[in-house]
Design a protein around this ligand. Sequence first.
Ligand code: SF4
Length: 322
Amino acid sequence: MAADILKIEHLKQYYPVRKGLFGKTAYVKALDDVTFSVKDGDVFGIVGESGCGKSTMGLTICKLIKPTDGSIELDGEDITWCRGKHMRSVRRKIQMVFQDPYASLNPRMNVRQIIEEPMIIHNLCPNKKEREERVVSLLRQVGLDDYHANRYPHQFSGGQRQRIGIARALAVDPKVIIADEPVSALDVSIQSQVLNLLADLKEARNLTYLFIAHDLSVVEHISDQVGVMYLGNFVEVAGKEELYSNPMHPYTQALLSAVPVPDPEVKRQRIILQGNIPSPMNAPSGCKFHPRCAKCMQICKEQAPPKVKASPDHYLFCHLYA
Ligand code: SF4
């Protein structure tokens, strides 16, 4: 059995906000005591509505923002507070692919410079000729042609730009890639091509992904494990087959009911969630999902739900099963 390559414990990301001119400082709890782990070579999918904290999770784990508290262990090494040179060596192991391929590439650099840049920063391939060969090899691995190296980002389609972003992330040979909604800005017809590319690269390079999306159907395609997030923490985590065949948390059930089923014979009862996700600054008491939950009980309004283990790789937080 593979070891854990990523271990997250009690991770918190709180942003202070002053209420009124002389008011007390309140906190936006974007991540509120998150604990989970990812096995080497696995894809851990994170889903949830906008504002649930999933992108903050990616940025915090990738050390692009400092956590408020908790610990992040990457490949057996605690990287929570690392800085400077140490941080640079950590960056070689963990890279990020961003949501918006239009905004994440420097328009003044051509593709060769974009892909070369991380190699230069990390002092990989000091020989210019070798570096250029490596750029061409990376372009081929992501399905682009050699001549694309001399072109600029505006000369590419959205799907091609995302491929360039993936090649840039691969340039330093990382072990873990955090993909933050990598296909949500793309046309549906292009989405599956990029998902297939990510799946192929994972196999070829034994990569581990933290794959963030707002859509359960996208995550299903690629994940081994899936975590459903709501207002700063997971409400349910399970292996992919288990989660899709036996969703137990009312929020997961509602999200899954919105996923289209390809078989017209199969009718799925749609569960419509009332209202929007509340502000993380004024999170509801007890179970944070209770104002929107059709199965809410009195205890749900008063006490945070306990962790319930449904099977070795399936747990959730809900009073219904306690
Ligand atoms: Fe619904 Fe209560 Fe479970 Fe929260 S703890 S999801 S309110 S049943």
